[in-house]
Design a protein around this ligand. Structure first.
Ligand SMILES: *Cc1c(COP(=O)(O)O)cnc(C)c1O
Length: 342
């Protein structure tokens, strides 16, 4: 039985084209700047984001931390959403390793930070205060139902940043999903950002890696930060080769994942036993209706018997994520199994 793995888009294995590209990759020592495949990937990524330069990093977490360490000094403050990945799921790396203070502002349902909340969070010039340096945003917003932040919002928040001389970093782990859902070029979403990270290893199917993009000067400094974090890789072209394929072949098709997430949501909405959150991209949250006596963990265990993997997020809620390796049949099988179990 083939497994329908809806736990995350990180479970995506490489495509056949990626395996071929990795097997045949031209490589060199990337710490010397001599890996042609890494250089190619970085140039492509910068071009796609509309930035001057890019840096291949091991993970999204490393990309975000590298950016934070480059924008901020010890004792500086970064404004972050209280439901952001950077705040919730990166071990507080900015504080632990960078001495950077995360100043949280509530994430709104649409993944945004209220402009007035951000204004209130910015510190004045006073010897008592840390210095505010940076605003961090997340697009799409994982915990906020995978919602994309719009070009309109980016324009507004950038006005606040400019007023106060702050930089903007976008955790764009799924920025191509945002662009696909909104039908805009990804450059439109990050043109006001000083830096952006995106993951190759999620819906784009590459096995490893993220890319941090920004100005040439910023990336030059970020290269130093990556090195101290242990992220100076050698013949990294072996994995960058899959990233090149990801950018060439995998960004346009993300709309298919969004359509399947929508289909899954529609099927779930017809069931009286579950309650579905709105779906915007490839991430779908749903919960068990009050009359259901099973816990989310028990339902997940039953689903496993059907060859379906879904991650429980709490005692009553689930997150399902569609991706390249989930087809229409997988969605229908999931709905059928849930109808039987519940
Ligand atoms: C996955 C993810 C990250 C971190 O990426 P890793 O490669 O898992 O370290 C950062 N931000 C968001 C929004 C993510 O979804």
């Amino acid at each position: 039985m083939n497994i329908v793995d809806l736990r995350s888009d990180t479970v995506t294995k490489p495509t056949p084209a990626m395996w071929a590209a990795m097997a045949n990759a031209e490589v060199g020592d990337d710490v010397y700047g001599e890996d042609p495949t890494v250089n190619k990937l970085e140039a492509m990524a910068a071009e796609r984001m509309g930035k001057e330069a890019a840096l291949f990093v091991v993970s999204g977490t490393m990309g975000n931390l590298t950016a934070l360490l480059t924008h901020c000094q010890r004792g500086d403050e970064a404004i972050v959403g209280d439901k952001s990945h950077t705040f919730l799921y990166e071990q507080g790396g900015m504080a632990a390793l960078g001495g950077i203070i995360p100043h949280t502002v509530p994430n709104q349902m649409e993944g945004t930070l209220c402009l007035s909340d951000v204004r209130d969070a910015i510190r004045g010039d006073d010897d008592h205060f840390p210095r505010t340096r940076l605003i961090c945003l997340e697009n799409t917003h994982n915990v906020c139902n995978g919602v994309p932040l719009t070009p309109w919002y980016m324009e507004r928040i950038s006005e606040v940043a400019r007023e106060h001389g702050l930089k903007i970093h976008v955790d764009g782990a799924r920025i191509f999903n945002a662009a696909a859902a909104l039908g805009v070029d990804v450059r439109e979403l990050v043109k006001h950002a000083d830096s952006v990270t995106f993951c190759l290893s999620k819906g784009l199917c590459a096995p490893v890696g993220s890319v941090l993009c920004g100005s040439a000067d910023f990336i030059k400094e970020a290269r130093r930060a990556r090195k101290v974090l242990g992220g100076g890789m050698r013949q990294a072209g072996v994995i960058a080769a899959a990233g090149v394929v990801a950018l060439e072949q995998m960004t346009e098709r993300l709309v298919e994942d969004h359509a399947r997430a929508k289909r899954l949501a529609e099927g779930l909405a017809e069931m009286p036993t579950v309650m579905v959150e709105p779906v915007f991209t490839n991430i779908l949250y749903f919960s068990l209706a009050p009359q259901v006596t099973l816990t989310a963990g028990e339902v997940a265990a039953r689903l496993r018997e059907y060859g379906i993997l879904i991650g429980p997020r709490s005692a009553r809620t689930f997150r399902a994520v569609t991706h390249y390796w989930i087809d229409d049949e997988g969605i229908e099988r999931t709905l059928k199994a849930l109808r039987e179990i519940l």
